[in-house]
Design a protein around this ligand. Structure first.
Ligand SMILES: [Zn+2]
Length: 244
């Protein structure tokens, strides 16, 4: 058996037998790991709550024939505690964990940029400096970009014309009048500006945006994300929407 160390964020857990859990972790160097945490459901577990979703942990594991086994876990930062008391932040965080899981496909395929985005997103959410929905939309846009699905926001996704008329999910972003498919959304210019600011991490612009543009942005980003993932992100349903 070989031992290895890594740090990661716990994405989800599932029960295994009487007392164990399978823990899915997005780790800095290794990528996504599914590992067994033995005895974790006993009250006397030496892991305590360190292997719960949202926790950023330092881990030691040993390689198993099918699943690796967690042998040590030390908390780096328990984001779950900061988010649990605030429902909009908690649901936004849950949607982040699910998206990170869905956008990292294979196990043990390094996904450093997705790991860094997830840790940065959870930290920003827990620090409460920006509205939860803006933090979530910024995370969605950037994680999609890292996965190769950045939406076109500055020129027509089809013909590169600079005059923007609509946002067409299937075309891959903004489109000009000539390329606009029937039924494409026609958002305000400020909404596209907000999406650009969130993608770039321009918080001064994002924080100054109006509520109606945030709502429009959230709707477009959610639809764009879901289209790219093919199936809906389940936890998005629980994210509170601002009234339009
Ligand atoms: Zn065009």
């Amino acid at each position: 058996m070989s031992l290895y160390r890594d740090e990661g964020v716990v994405l989800r857990t599932q029960k295994l037998g009487e007392a164990d859990r399978i823990v899915t972790i997005l780790a800095r160097r290794t990528g996504k790991i599914r590992a067994v945490a033995k005895g974790v459901r006993r009250t006397t577990s030496r892991f305590g709550a360190r292997l719960e979703p949202f926790t950023h942990v330092d881990l030691q594991l040993h390689t198993g024939r099918t699943l690796d086994v967690v042998t040590q876990a030390e908390t780096i930062r328990p984001y779950g505690e900061a988010l649990a008391a605030d429902y909009p932040r908690y649901t936004a965080g849950t949607a982040m964990l699910e998206t990170a899981d869905r956008l990292t496909h294979g196990e043990k395929e390094p996904a450093l940029r997705q790991f860094l985005l997830l840790v940065g997103g959870l930290r920003t959410l827990a620090d409460r400096d920006h509205e939860a929905r803006l933090v979530l939309d910024a995370y969605f846009l950037r994680s999609l970009a890292v996965a190769g699905y950045a939406p076109a926001l500055e020129a027509c996704a089809k013909c590169q014309a600079p005059a923007i008329r609509a946002f067409a999910i299937v075309a891959g972003g903004v489109v000009c009048g000539a390329c606009k498919p029937a039924g494409a959304a026609v958002p305000a210019g400020e909404t596209i500006g907000l999406m650009t600011a969130l993608l770039r991490g321009d918080w001064a612009t994002a924080d100054a945006s109006e509520q109606r543009h945030r709502s429009e942005c959230s709707g477009l980003v959610a639809a764009y994300l879901q289209w790219h993932l093919e199936h809906g992100i389940r936890s998005l349903r629980h994210v509170e929407r601002e009234p339009v």
